[in-house]
Design a protein around this ligand. Structure first.
Ligand code: HEC
Length: 125
């Protein structure tokens, strides 16, 4: 009988130890960015400055790539055009403004590219 009690006590204390283990806190999902219409031009400009865009693009003057004011004049700021330009920046390509290609930017997120496109299209006069 004594042995049984001891056995129960031991198993009880083991269970108590095991039960206290904490589950890792669930990772917080990043909040979705506000939708495309919530224009934040400063962020787009900052991103353009932080990437290599200015190597080939100037705001109001043609360089290796078209002036951003010319891009803004060419495209309405519709969701479809924004998507097209976002994909173009990420994938690169040529043929719209001439034979010179834009280099691809595969590490750029769609969110960041969208901010840049919104900045560019907002240059429309
Ligand atoms: C190596 C030079 C180069 C770099 C770097 C570059 N571009 Fe371009 N970009 C071009 C050229 C050249 C074109 C014209 C492509 C064409 O004719 O289809 C262009 C076109 C564009 C267009 C218009 C696309 C179209 O189809 O009308 C946008 C918008 C644009 N670039 C944004 C950017 C942004 C934002 C960055 C930085 C992330 C960037 N570019 C970096 C050379 C460059």
């Amino acid at each position: 009988m004594k042995k049984l009690i001891v056995a129960l006590l031991i198993s009880g204390s083991i269970a108590a130890c095991g039960g206290g283990e904490q589950k890792p806190a669930e990772e917080k999902k990043e909040e979705k960015k506000p939708d495309v219409l919530a224009v934040d031009n400063t962020k787009g400009l900052e991103l353009i400055g932080a990437n290599d865009c200015t190597t080939c693009h100037k705001i109001g003057e043609k360089n290796i790539g078209p002036a951003y004011t010319d891009v803004a004049a060419k495209y309405e700021a519709t969701q479809a055009n924004i998507d097209t330009l976002v994909n173009k920046i990420i994938a690169g390509g040529s043929g719209v403004w001439g034979a010179v290609p834009m280099t691809p930017h595969p590490t750029l997120s769609k969110e960041d590219a969208t901010e840049m496109v919104k900045y560019i299209l907002a240059l429309k006069k």
